[in-house]
Each structure stands twice: as structure tokens, then as C-alpha cells.
Design a protein around this ligand. Structure first.
Ligand code: HEC
Length: 108
């Protein structure tokens, strides 16, 4: 069982950037502009300052090596100091993560 899972885990670990490239970041951007922009700088290329100093611009969040898709997913499901307890559907989390990850790709 475990032996069959390992290749899958490797693929999952390497896939985020590739997957995000195929996903349309537009819906996530709309959610970010609606729910996150009051504190974070959310637009592509916007490196801040954010409306709330402690809230990192998404462009910078996207470039952190620690910002894997998985980490962002976990983050968006848990509440954090200074952040409202937003509840998202799976689809909204997919969209938001796709958008944030898309910011780490070279901007056109
Ligand atoms: C009310 C203000 C506020 C709103 C709205 C908000 N955030 Fe935040 N966010 C913060 C603050 C403040 C921090 C820093 C918290 C900390 O370091 O503990 C933060 C941290 C984060 C981080 C971690 C950044 C890092 O440095 O690793 C992510 C990712 C994030 N927010 C995503 C979002 C997303 C996505 C939304 C919209 C769905 C959102 N936030 C909405 C205030 C906000």
C-alpha cells in the first residue's frame, strides 16, 4: 500500500506549479479582491504595502518557498490571528490557491 502511495506523493509534491498553470486564476482573483483586499495587497505585481501592514502582499506570499499549494490550503481552512474566520467551499479554496500560486509564475 505504502509503496504504491509514494510515487503519488512525489507527483503531488511536484505538481502544484504545473497544475496551477493549467487552472484559470480569474475566479480566485475575484474572491481575493472581494474577501482579502481589505487587508492584503492582492493584485499581480503589487508588492505592497498592504492595507494592513502585517498582511503580506499575495505577490510576496506566492514567492515564499513555504507557500506550497498544500500549505495554502491548510492555511485557508484554519483561522489566524488578525484574519477573519472566512469559511470557503472546496471550490473557492481551489480558486484562491490557484490564484495565489499563479502569482509566483512570471507575470505577462
Ligand atoms: C482583516 C484582515 C485580513 C483579511 C480580510 C485577510 N487576511 Fe490574510 N492575513 C492577515 C494578517 C494580519 C496576516 C498575518 C497573520 C500572522 O502572521 O499571523 C495574514 C496572513 C495571511 C497569509 C499567510 C502569509 C504568510 O506570511 O505566510 C495568507 C496566505 C493569507 N493571509 C491569505 C489570506 C486570504 C486568501 C484572504 C482572503 C480570503 C485573507 N488572507 C484575508 C489579515 C487578513
Amino acid at each position: 500500500m505504502l509503496r504504491r502511495l509514494i510515487p503519488l506523493l512525489i507527483v503531488l509534491a511536484c505538481a502544484p506549479a504545473a497544475l496551477a498553470q493549467q487552472r484559470d486564476p480569474a475566479p480566485g482573483r475575484r474572491i481575493a479582491e472581494r474577501d482579502c483586499a481589505s487587508c492584503h495587497a492582492v493584485k499581480p505585481g503589487d508588492v505592497g504595502p498592504s492595507p494592513v501592514d502585517a498582511a503580506a502582499p499575495f505577490q510576496l506570499v506566492a514567492r515564499l518557498p513555504s507557500s506550497t499549494e498544500l500549505a495554502l490550503r491548510v492555511f485557508l481552512r484554519t483561522s489566524h490571528a488578525g484574519m477573519p474566520n472566512l469559511q470557503f467551499t472546496e471550490q473557492e479554496i481551489d480558486d484562491l490557491v490557484a490564484y495565489i500560486v499563479s502569482l509566483s509564475l512570471p507575470q505577462k
